[in-house]
Design a binder for this molecule. Structure first.
Ligand code: HXC
Length: 519
């Protein structure tokens, strides 16, 4: 072959590879409102930055006549590119080739990308759209999955791993995304479940739709499997780009520093008035978060799941921080099983990737009751405690209002190695709320009073006494458990100053193989 012919041949082969499973299947895919693997990668990465590899890989299976059906690239597009100029490694399953089902060679392609990302220290983004294990390949496909899982596990805490689910993701295939740091799902076009509606019906008799069993709505609100729900693939790609802007490339680096035009001493007068006079009245913690961070820009994670706690990323004077905040607007901001798990995982992510944590506290306690006890609130609450206590990144805590009992300790208190623990003058740091405390302490005396008016007056008097003594931050401050009581409108400034003083913080945990967090 002449050189020109060879080059032409290459160009033809490339064009063929880019068609994946062929134009007909691409058209069918588009007709479902979905983009192809390459279109998705183009949407995700900086324009023109994608470098594809392994375009000529084909499967090696000779079962069921598969030897006659080979597609260049074999069901997954892999390579690297940049997001905001920073390298990422990416794979996107190609539904037009055997429904994106995973073959032995597809797994090898994905593993190659993951290994490179680990060598380089760059994030891994996987776009999932697959019918699961390639049925014709049998056990080699299962082995391929396990190779990927093993890499997900080893990469955990070393490079950020993000999974976008833009189509089916079922059976054991769900476990690769589940092992990664963040899952994002598109509404209506994606689903994740261990077994689909048909199997569910035959095994348990339950009649349930795909959407209700494993859609984005369900996973982002009920199970918490998905961290983000998006209405389109474009929105999903933009969300991933934004998420990465808060993260370092790997566990040995810091998150990128941005120029901030938001003055650090910006006063937020509204914060001086945000706490209602009535302690049982809620307010929106999101308003507090936005008032404190740069340009009111808060990137919320797990927005629709366990809404009694808020977690997400923001910047303070250009530096990334993770925020954990009780939300009095939902279930009074109580800590329950889901909120504890949600926040614990977020705290651990931040700690693994050197992202300082700001904790805003207004928590009436743990949610009481048999339901929560049966679900293991003890273990789940311990997760959050463990995560905070283990974290060595800079930790600044501000108590806005309630901080009662065990929940006070859990929410990044001083003794869990909180670096700076501030409180607003409206803070109430105590073993429990006044009403509960008086019932315990004065129950016998109260019962002995027969006159109802006298009883009410006695309760009132004792409650006031308790509030006077404990419903404030000063007792905790007198012991040094609170480092300072700050004016609410000045929170941004004080918190930025605190984090800036902690930039060179060094703290290590005792040498061990790994901890045994109460899972
Ligand atoms: C081989 C597959 C396939 C698979 C789909 N295809 N899934 N080929 N192995 N697992 C092929 C189809 O034959 C078809 O080929 C093309 O992909 C598109 O599939 P359709 O069914 O036409 O598409 P659609 O109607 O959109 O349905 C998508 C689907 C369905 C819901 C994903 O294909 C499906 O149910 N697939 C099987 C899912 C499954 O049971 N997988 C195994 C799970 S067990 P043509 O040539 O017609 O285009 C598992 C274990 C993993 O994954 C364990 C890891 C530890």
């Amino acid at each position: 072959m002449e050189i020109q012919e060879k080059v032409k041949n290459l160009i033809d082969l490339r064009a063929q590879a880019k068609l994946g499973g062929g134009q007909k299947r691409i058209d069918s895919h588009h007709s479902k409102g979905k983009f192809t693997a390459r279109e998705r990668i183009d949407m995700l990465l900086d324009e023109g930055s994608f470098e594809e590899i392994d375009m000529f890989v084909t499967h090696r299976c000779n079962n069921f006549g598969l030897e006659k059906e080979k597609f260049l690239g074999d069901g997954v597009v892999t390579g690297h590119g940049t997001i905001d100029g920073r390298i990422v490694f990416v794979y996107a399953q190609d539904f037009t080739v055997f429904g994106g089902s995973l073959s032995e060679t597809m797994a090898l392609k994905i593993c190659k990308i993951m290994d490179m990302a680990m060598k380089v220290g760059a994030p891994i983004i996987g776009i999932n759209d697959s019918g699961g294990a390639r049925i014709q390949e049998g056990v080699t496909s299962l082995a391929g999955y396990a190779e990927i899982f093993q890499r997900n596990i080893l990469a955990s805490g070393v490079v950020p791993q993000i999974s976008a689910i833009f189509g089916p993701c079922a059976g054991g295939a769900v476990y690769s995304p589940a092992l990664t740091d963040f899952i994002l799902m598109t509404e209506q076009t994606s689903y994740m479940f261990v077994t689909g509606p048909k199997v569910v019906k035959s095994v348990t008799g339950e009649d349930i739709s795909t959407e209700n069993l494993g859609g984005a709505g369900m996973h982002s609100s009920k199970s918490g499997v998905s961290h983000f729900k998006v209405s389109s693939e474009e929105e999903g790609c933009n969300a991933i780009r934004k998420l990465l802007s808060f993260l370092p490339q790997n566990n040995l680096e810091e998150a990128p520093l941005f120029d901030s035009n938001d003055p650090i001493n910006r006063m937020e007068d509204s914060l001086n008035e945000i706490i209602p006079d009535n302690p049982n009245q809620p307010y929106d913690m999101l308003q507090v978060v936005k008032a404190i961070v740069d340009n009111r820009d808060f990137f919320e994670v797990h927005k629709n799941y366990a809404r009694n706690i808020i977690v997400g990323f923001a910047r303070l004077n250009g530096s990334s921080i993770g925020i954990v905040a009780n939300q009095p607007n939902f279930l009074a901001g109580v800590l329950d099983c889901d909120a504890s798990r949600k926040a614990a995982r977020f705290v651990r992510f931040c700690d693994a990737f050197n992202i300082p944590i700001l904790t805003l506290v207004d928590v009436p306690g743990f949610l009481p009751g048999s339901n929560q006890e049966y679900m293991g609130i003890i273990t789940h609450g311990a997760k959050l405690m463990f995560a905070y206590g283990e974290a060595t990144v800079p930790k600044v805590t501000v108590t806005l209002r309630k901080s009662y009992g065990g929940a006070h300790d859990v929410m990044s208190c001083k003794q869990l190695r909180g670096d700076f623990n501030y409180a607003w003058p409206t803070a109430e740091i105590a073993v429990m709320g006044a009403a509960g405390a008086i019932e315990v302490l004065e129950g016998r005396n109260i019962a002995a009073i027969s006159n109802e008016e006298e009883k009410a007056a006695y309760i009132n008097e004792k409650t006031s006494e308790y509030k006077e003594k404990f419903a404030n931050p000063y007792q905790a401050a007198s012991f040094g458990y609170i480092d300072d009581v700050i004016e609410p409108r000045n929170t941004r400034f004080r918190v930025i100053r605190a984090f800036e003083s902690l930039q060179t913080k060094k703290l290590t945990n005792p040498l061990k193989k790994h901890s045994n967090i109460p899972l």
